[in-house]
Write a new protein. Sequence first.
Lengths: 337, 480
Amino acid sequence: MSLRRLSYWLAGLGLAAVVIAAVLGTGQDVGAILGIFTTRFLGIFIEAAPFLLLGTVVSGLIESFVTADDIARWMPRNPVLATLAGAFMGFAFPVCECGVVPVVRRLFTKGLPLSVGVTFLLAAPVMNPIVLASTFVAFGAGPVLVGRFVITAMVAVGVGLVFAFAGRPQEVLRPAALMPVAGGSTDVIPLYARAPRKPLVAGLRDALRMAGDEYFEMGRYLVTGSLLAAAMQTLVSQDVLLALGRGPVVSVLVQQALAFLLSVCSTVDAFLALAFVGSFTTGSILAFLTFGPMVDIKSMLMFLGVFQRRIVLYLILLPLLMTLLIGVWINLNISFV
Amino acid sequence: MHDNGLVDRREGGVWRVRLTRFDRVVLAIIGLLLLGLAATILMGDRVGVTLVRVAPLERARSTSPITIQFSEPMDRESVEARLRTEPPLEGEFSWSGSSVSFRPHTPLQPGMTYTVILEKGARSDQGREVLSEHRYRFSVAQPRVAYLAPADGAPHNIWLASIDDPESAVQVTFSPTGVYDFGVSPDGNRIAFAERNAETGTSDIKLLDLETGGITQLTNCQDADCTSPVWRPDGRVIAYNRTEYNRDLESVGPGPMRVWLLDLSSSPATTRPLFSDLQVLGYGPQWSADGQRISLYNRDEGLLIYDFETNEITAVPSRSGNPGALSPDGARIVFPELTFVEGQETRSFLRMADLMSQQLRNLSSPDDPVHDDRAEWRPDGSALAVARRYLDERYTRGYQVVLMNPEDGSVEQLTDDPRYANAFFSWSPLGDRLVIQRFPELTEDGQPNPAGRPEIWVMDVETRALTLIAENAFHPRWAP
């Protein structure tokens, strides 16, 4: 057994020991905990699965009917403008954080610039008409609605620009998300296949077939992410988290942790956040509503199907720190009364 | 990590990290973000704890509490030490989440302007501070009188009148089936009323918000009569009378009356019997000023006084059927008692039960030539307004109102007009006025008055001056 494999086994055993200790530490009946875990897992998975299905169908349609030429034609030449455009692509592809991942991966294979894809990935779960409506219903046309969209755009564009000026696809993406290249070389020479557009029926058939394949491929990440999120929700008490602190800094961290753990779909998270109004700072509620849709446990797992592992780490850290900074700054500098 | 960059690679037994240009850029940005975060925190709090809501603003009622809702849970002592009014008021603080309420011991003076001052430095539980002094002012409006009208027709609806300008009275309910009775909330902002249901013939308690005009149904008495709402002084609970009709049970008639409670602090409001033992019957609930005690009349045992803190019920024997008057401190109850003297008219006299010492004493004597009925405590507990009819040379057909000293039973005449019967009266929150329902039994020349209709009057107790508020109206209540 290689050293790496041995370390994986040890890590797995360690994790299992931690889980068992945490279950026993709750002092509750193991059967009851398992029941809660199962209910939470199904809740997360059933909520997210339709959105993943929608995303994979859109991805299939893109594969069938959108060519690399189309992408090249639609995208602004200026990288900053292109990145800005990525923030608003959610209004064309209204998908939540589960559905956006396969769409982005497919668009990358069609030659979508890296920065635009990353911006779209982070912004689309919030910057779409469905979330706009649900946030309006929950909070009305006030600072939370405006703040949610402005902060999401700022963070998504900010992270996108980092990728625009410093990222190279072959350093960032997994091979499955890379655009086909001539001769299979890793020194990218994009292969702009001038294939004719597919007929409608054949295209739809191909789109559905690819959607099915991709659903099961991305689904394993969703299942694993949902399992992890359910385990965290079961073993980490939300009451403890909420009691940890409500100050201008800690409240933001607590809400970010909650958003990450709960993994609630962005279409409904505004109603959950409504319960925190009055007891949590506005900056922390905005952090919950902006960081959660960008990164949570299940979407983090799904990112692994698109990006290399260290890039996934960056895609967590950069939005985390940016929303933290903005949330804390709001708490310390802006009065909403 | 085993990607192209940030690779942990063991070379000659040493773990090394290789950073690509992209990794270095990202790490630099992460460093900048951390620096920015540190700088933001070091620059300090420029907002502090904010006041989300303050009340009352501009206009207040004499019983309005002063309420401040903060943006986060507060250190209570630091707030209470920095919250004051000009002119100063004595009172008690109560907390609910991040809101503090200050209830003055005595009602606010109508016509007076008060300034509420919260000095800077009040701290939240997290250590944030109120960074600047906050001041706001409000003036106190004169209390209004609510009543039902018209007395000689249907449907009866609730009207509100200012005692300074009774002509400008406004109708506030428009029930096609009519309002049976009602109670005004202690803050004067809401009215709970019993409304007839034309289809079922039952009554339900509803809540009218005087600010918005919105009406909320509080009970669902499909097979019961729910009437006579009485507010607990903190405005969070309503006691009411409930009679079950038992229509679904053959050969079983309507049940006896019980007292039920409505909890308005939950949403929607919840209701339950006052006593879990449904064999404890009663009607006519009254609250003590602190809401700790409630009294009611039970046909078998007389007056029952229930203490919510100790869960104890004290019974005071009484045959009159009158629920009596519980003192504001909940320590005494005054009630009429009947006496039967052969060959004479049945009389009633007043008795007072001291609930602390369990002593009973007479406030008026069964031998006195008087007939005492309704009694009402002044809000400060210093006096009683009593409905009295003399049976000697001072005889009148209807009751007059006297002011009685609860210590020795001595009285001062408040009304002395034989043309009027004074049926119902109630003290204003300040205890300086009485609202009285009067019936003109006799015409000005002393003849019976068949065209008489009940009237609502307000008396200034100090000057004895009477002001007509409404004619052809009944069931008056103060709306602070």
